[in-house]
Design a protein around this ligand. Structure first.
Ligand code: HEC
Length: 137
């Protein structure tokens, strides 16, 4: 019993020792692993002037601070959060991605990017996929 009382604080101190820091880049951009089933889902929502106007508004609130108002990855948070961003205005950037993949990332997030789950409906997120693709058109 007395031994146990002395052992516990020792373990606690061990936990406080500095951990080996991980590379900052790896923390900011973890590999994007999208389930194959999610990637195969086609976009069930057609682009309309109404849903694109809504997507533009939400993008301004929830996305532009990182991805930039033009989708070029030059958002105002990028430096302070040490983010490495892609340029969505370059057609090559998202050409290899399916709509299902973009939907999955926007819904679930990746690394320091929060997902839109609970903020937008699935239909609104599908409409946002069209909006994000529009940056390279
Ligand atoms: C806190 C910063 C941040 C916010 C806010 C954010 N993102 Fe991201 N997003 C990232 C980072 C970092 C990545 C990974 C690097 C990259 O793809 O640019 C990423 C990746 C993505 C990708 C995947 C790109 C690829 O690799 O194919 C999409 C699509 C995307 N974001 C869209 C959005 C949309 C739409 C919103 C708003 C609903 C949003 N993001 C909000 C930081 C952010």
């Amino acid at each position: 019993m007395i031994k146990a009382l002395f052992a516990t604080p020792a373990l606690f101190l061990l936990a406080l020792l500095p951990q080996t820091p991980s590379a900052p880049d790896a923390a900011a951009n973890p590999p994007l692993v999208i389930p194959a089933a999610a990637a195969a889902v086609p976009n069930p929502v057609k682009s309309t002037p109404e849903n694109q106007a809504f997507a533009k508004k939400v993008y301004g609130y929830d996305c532009a601070m990182c991805h930039g108002p033009k989708g070029d990855g030059k958002g105002e948070m990028v430096d302070s959060m040490k983010l490495t961003m892609k340029d969505f205005s370059n057609p090559a950037t998202l050409s290899g991605r399916t709509d299902g993949e973009l939907f999955w990332v926007i819904k679930n997030g990746v690394g320091q990017m929060p997902g839109e789950t609970g903020r937008q409906t699935d239909a609104q997120i599908w409409a946002m996929v069209h909006y994000v693709r529009g940056f390279s058109k």
